[in-house]
Structure formats: structure tokens, C-alpha cells
Ligand binder design. Sequence first.
Ligand SMILES: *Cc1c(COP(=O)(O)O)cnc(C)c1O
Length: 434
Amino acid sequence: MTPAQLIALDQQHVWHPYASMDSPPPAYPVVSAHGVRLTLADGQELIDGMASWWCAVHGYNHPYLNAAMHQQISDMSHVMFGGITHAPAVTLAKRLVDLTPKGLDKVFFADSGSVAVEVAIKMALQYWHSQHQAKKNRMLTIRNGYHGDTFGAMAVCDPVNGMHSLFASVLPQHHFVDAPPMGFDRPLETDDLTELEDKMRQYQHEIAALILEPIVQGAGGMRFYSPQWLRGAAKLCKQYNILLIADEIATGFGRSGALFACDHAQVQPDIMCLGKAITGGTMSFAATLTTHEIATSISRGEASCFMHGPTFMANPLACAVANASLDLLEQSDWKNQVDGINKGLHQLLRPAIDLPYVEDVRVLGAIGVIQVTQTVDLGIIQKMFVEDGVWVRPFGKLVYVMPPYVMSPEDLALLCKGILRVLARYFGQHHAIN
Ligand SMILES: *Cc1c(COP(=O)(O)O)cnc(C)c1O
């Protein structure tokens, strides 16, 4: 198949994320990926600013991760988890328990982030049921959140971004409060938690859990907020007898500059979701962790068990490569890598704040965001990025990067300079029209 044939068949038959099948834009055929570079079918190489949506923290085609998968394939790629266990799962569970905030010591493995969120919500509901408080069956969450695309997860995504109106009749109804004020370093002001506390006070009898992305709201707006706010929210949860679910699917494993974003605030959630970077970007996999108390209460409840069990639960291949990814995080000094990228992003992107088409520049950990003044035309700007040799996929007004941690300062400079060059050309050409 030639690249042109491949693109044509793709457009005819294959859905892409959040894409039209009526007039699908051509997708770029990638034939391989090494380190921080994607290779296109025509031989062009792109520096990857996305880490495949937060996942590929060690870069692509890492020999150590590949070796772990080869080794595991020669033993078994998969075996059912009902009544069976295996070393890759047990080892991984123990390591996650040791790495995550104190108290989280029971691990449920699932196959994707959205499912991990479904599991977290279900755990909260089953917990209150087992406590004879079955009326506590609603979630409380903050606007601008993103928690996945399945129905349970979608119901706690931002109502506008998540297009709740489209699914209004089938989505469970939850409570929403405004997102925390922006700024990791913003000092907490007296009113910052008032709306949250009011909601909790009024609806504590029906609220099972507060679910949020700690510190970094990702796909719902690339917003950063302060550890003080998170700490305050966690305290209110205790006060009003509401569980705290931390969705660390995007932030987990170092991305925000702490191993888990909760660590910035020394917050110990009751339930935590992990995914995305958990296998170093090699396979779909996720985990939901909870406390001894919640797990025990659920298990002594009406069902005598937790009512969930995916077919590919604790897939050995995914567990093996997740263990290898943790090895790499430990060996490679992830904190040093992330701090290095942080410094580079500050130096290279910050100056863009003075440009007329830039509204805000924000950097946290290994995440850099340029918020422009107008929604960009993805079809036009994506092509310009590729022509410049960088892979960046903006949404709305947000042009953002979360590079693999292994990116060298030279490649980071190429990536950031490419972005700024493209934005200058794009707004040079388009701002007159808009
Ligand atoms: C990506 C993401 C999810 C959903 O994970 P999938 O693997 O895409 O189902 C949930 N929560 C957060 C915070 C995410 O970033």
C-alpha cells in the first residue's frame, strides 16, 4: 500500500479521536518512532511534543521496555485474572502501593483510564452502600475537568467541553462547582473554597465523592492550580464525610514535577486513578488504588465483593512493561529530567507572553502551554507544524507540549522554536481575516 492509498482507505473506514467521518482531514501515516522522533511514511522526522498524550515519558522504542515485553511474551502475553494471579501483577501492585500517597494499598487493574475512573466512581458508590448510606450516590466535581469518554466518566467532565447537552437524558446528574483559580503559586484567598464548601454543606447527604484532577486540569483546559487549594478541598472532604478521588491519569509518574500531583500538597486521597504513562507509553493500561478501609467495607457489603472484572484485567504484558517503566523512572532520575525540561520550557516559551496573539504562557513540571487569543484552525496549523518538523496538536486556543522526559535541551529548543515560528506565521497570515 502506498502512503496515499493508506490515507485514502483510512479516511474511508477508520474513525479517529473526536473526528468527522464526513469530511475527515488526512491523518499523517507514521511508520516508526524512536526516542523523541516520529518517522512519517515519506521519511520525514518530527520531534514529538505530545509524548502520545502524556504517555511516552521515556521516548519511543526504548530497548529496556522492549526487552521486558519480549521476555513476558515468551512466558505469556495474557491469562485471565479470575482465580489466577502472576508475578508481574503482584510486583506492580506492591510497587504502586509503595510509591503512591500513604493509605492507598489495594490495587484494581483495568485496561484504560476511562475504565479506571468508572471503577473509582463505582468504588465510592459501593462503599457508601456498604455503610448503609446508599443515598450518597452523586459525585461532586470542578468545572474544566476531564476524566474520560465512557458515560460515568463523561458525566463528571466539564459540562460544556464534554457536551453534556448532547447526552442530557442518559447522563447521571452530578454537582459542579467552578474550577479553582489558576496559578500553581497563587496564594489561597478567603473565598477560594467557599463555593465548594457551600455545595458540600448543602448536599453532603447525597455526595459520595469529590472527583478531580489534582493540580493540573488537562484536556479540559490545561489549567494549573495551587496545592493550597487542593489541601483545602481535601480537608473539606474529611469534614463533610465525602471521599476524595484523585484522577492522576495525566499527572501521575512525574509529569507535574512531583511523582504524583497529590504529593505537591501532601494530600492522601481515598481513591486514586493511574493510567497513561503507567506503561511508559507502550500499552493501554490503568489502575485504581484505594484504602484498606474502603476495600474492606465494600467486601463486607451486600455483594461481598467489588462488582467489576474486565476481561483483560491485570494483563501480564502490560504489568511487565509497567514494572520496567518504573525501573526506568527510578534509574533515570526522572525528577532531574522533568526539572531540566521545566527550565527549558520557561526559557523558550515564556518570552512569547509579549506577543500580541498570546494571552498566557504557563509552565509546570514538564508541561508547557501557550494560550493564544483565538481558536486555531487545526487543519491549517497542524500542517504548518509538520512542515516545520514538530508534532504538536493544539485544541481551541491551547498550543501545548508535554514532551518525553528524555528530550535533550537541543531537541527541546528545536521543538519550542518550531512552535513559536509556526505561531508567528499562522497569526501573521490569519489575524487579518478574523
Ligand atoms: C486521558 C485521561 C482519562 C481517560 O483515559 P483513557 O485511557 O483515554 O480512557 C481520564 N482522566 C484523565 C485526567 C485523563 O487525562
